[in-house]
Design a protein around this ligand. Sequence first.
Ligand SMILES: NC(=O)c1ccc[n+]([C@@H]2O[C@H](COP(=O)([O-])OP(=O)(O)OC[C@H]3O[C@@H](n4cnc5c(N)ncnc54)[C@H](OP(=O)(O)O)[C@@H]3O)[C@@H](O)[C@H]2O)c1
Length: 311
Amino acid sequence: MTELVKPVPAKDELLIRICATTVSSADWRVRSLEMPSGFGLLGRAALGIRRPRQPILGTELAGEIEAVGSEVTTFKPGDKVFAFPGSRMGCYVEYRCIAADGPVALKPSNLSYEQAAALSFGGSTMLDFFRRGSLQSGERVLVNGASGAVGTAAVQLAKYFGAHVTGVCGEANLELVQSIGADEVIDYTKDDFSRSGQTYDVIVDAAGTAPLSRSGRALTSDGRLLLVLAGLVDMIKAPFAGITDTRKVIAGPVAERPEYIHQLRQIAAAGEFVPVIDRCYPFEEIQTAHRYVDTGRKRGNVVIRIGRDPE
Ligand SMILES: NC(=O)c1ccc[n+]([C@@H]2O[C@H](COP(=O)([O-])OP(=O)(O)OC[C@H]3O[C@@H](n4cnc5c(N)ncnc54)[C@H](OP(=O)(O)O)[C@@H]3O)[C@@H](O)[C@H]2O)c1
């Protein structure tokens, strides 16, 4: 913990007093340099050789606008917002500036600050993958890793888009995944979805255990495999899969677009996406929160409360 100078918003920026942020799998990867297979050196070069290049982690936030720049007309002081600086990070602070036309939107009034802080990471990841995978209403979707931050967003957003959803998770999380809308659940410690004979139009792999060599058996002839988590080799092979096969593989980093944040606001305000919160920690206990995420067993999201909650 250290004292920083309070930032001053530029003419097109908002100054947000942060009430909540999260410890996401991105924070864990940047801090620990635990990278998917093949990304060890690349990860170190991109994220920092000896320590994280961005010293302040935290990809997403919810809070209250304290001040706005002279040219801002779309927000005002007192507005409750959530935002997704994403790979720029920098949310483990009390105050942060963000461009008014950036990835920031009014907080849905039906969500707490803790819930709103956890809307963006999993939510925008899955909006981007479902867009790239052209998910259609009525399709059958399987989510591998359905109990994590990305997986719980994938299940709820796929249901919102009108899909029939099967969630794959460990035994302890079957009830959770059913409670957020999965039509069917599979315990990966007992059953292998790829050998059940059932096929899916879209398979989301948020656990890194379902590359094309395994998922191929369970994809329809024009199915799409969305590799949210993939090793370097599978990521390089992904664009070429569609050349020899009618099925597509989509992988790689997600695009971080402000419109996803506005879309998430609408979906959440309609009650169709409620982020799953596993644990909340006060800011002072952020190390304990990171240690918990290090176990790899978090359910949905781990939230950090910062300062006083105005609600
Ligand atoms: N491509 C991108 O730009 C992008 C964007 C966001 C995230 N990601 C990556 O996506 C991955 C998932 O992110 P996250 O935030 O959802 O992580 P997370 O919250 O830590 O969740 C991971 C989940 O995987 C499950 N899991 C572990 N082993 C499994 C197995 N064999 N089969 C099925 N599920 C299994 C765990 O559930 P159980 O406890 O039930 O086993 C856990 O809930 C991370 O590795 C992250 O780096 C990539």
